[in-house]
Design a protein around this ligand. Structure first.
Ligand code: GLN
Length: 312
């Protein structure tokens, strides 16, 4: 592959090396996610020229979960601008889990950043549209432009999270109390849960990551989706906050902006080079895919992708 120095043979070798790694647990706090197949494993890389490398079940769709967060954040940045968005959401890491309830800044009561649940729920409240249906439509259309096709919400996963999402509900009502959220909290939560339930395959997710790697331009369609200054916002927050309470170790060991989701998806962005996505549902205690972490760490190490150690 031109841009990244990766080859099919290399990716197949990595796949074979990690396919027997079987530790971790499938997420169960959203009951529907328990149905994931523990053996599911796929790796996709898309470079800034739009070339694709994939191994494993890269066509199998899973819900995005928190992998959606940098993109919905980027979407509202495009719609409202940095100042308006960050009036309601901060830019500091928490060192806490993604669903921590003690995660509002002390004086402003803003959520710390858009990568944790509180911040992402606040971002959902900023999605444009005159009605709930229009908001959902603008969100799914936006995600559709990222992958150049029509995307769908997995309604069963959405309803499963809606039914059991009391922790997110509590966080959202607390934010309403502090004036961070306005309007109907249940509608905002529905949109957040629907965003998390958008179905994508591994290749789609690599395209999403590659769009950020490519300065906001979708490499296949050439569409300019994010302004360069907004890409910078997304990537810096993915680096410092994307991996929650293990973001420090991730930056220290891997040095790439990344985002994980509890469906077992994880993406990493190699700026100017490529986007990497791994899907595999067995998770560690932080909610990251165990195979995903190891595979991205290995690929990044082998290719000197760490952004703090630029390739000569
Ligand atoms: N929808 C999930 C939640 O809010 C997303 C969490 C994640 O993927 N880390 O709990």
């Amino acid at each position: 592959m031109l841009g990244s120095g990766l080859s099919n043979e290399y990716l197949t070798q990595i796949f074979d090396q990690y396919k027997d790694l079987k530790y971790g647990e499938v997420a169960s706090y959203i009951p529907e996610l328990k149905k994931a197949k523990p053996s599911h494993f796929a790796i996709s890389v898309v470079d800034c020229q739009g070339q694709i490398l994939s191994v494993g079940e890269s066509e199998l769709e899973v819900t995005l979960q928190s992998v959606s967060k940098p993109f919905s954040y980027g979407f509202v940045l495009e719609e409202l601008g940095i100042e308006e968005v960050h009036h309601k959401v901060g830019v500091e890491p928490t060192g806490e889990a993604f669903n921590s309830i003690i995660e509002l800044e002390e004086s402003s009561h803003r959520p710390f950043n858009p990568m944790i649940n509180s911040g992402a729920i606040a971002i959902s409240s900023m999605i444009p549209g005159a009605s709930d249906a229009q908001k959902l439509q603008s969100l799914t259309e936006f995600f559709g432009t990222l992958v150049d096709r029509t995307v769908h919400v997995d309604n069963t996963v959405f309803l499963s999270e809606k039914k059991t999402g009391d922790r997110n509900r509590a966080i959202a009502y607390l934010m309403k109390n502090f004036g961070i959220l306005s309007g109907d909290v249940e509608s905002i939560l529905d949109l957040y849960f629907q965003q998390c339930s958008i179905l994508m395959n591994t290749e789609d997710m690599a395209f999403m990551a590659a769009t950020l790697a490519n300065g906001g331009v979708q490499p296949k369609t050439g569409k300019n989706i994010f302004k360069a200054e907004h890409v910078k916002c997304c990537l810096s927050l993915m680096l410092t906050c994307g991996m929650y309470d293990s973001a420090g170790r991730w930056a220290f060991e891997v040095g790439l902006p990344a985002k994980s989701g509890v469906s077992g998806a994880i993406i990493a962005v190699v700026p100017g080079v490529c986007g990497i996505a791994v899907t595999s549902p067995l998770l560690d205690e932080h909610g990251h895919s165990c195979r995903g972490l190891e595979v991205i760490k290995k690929i990044a190490g082998d290719h000197n992708f760490n952004i703090f150690n630029p390739r000569g």
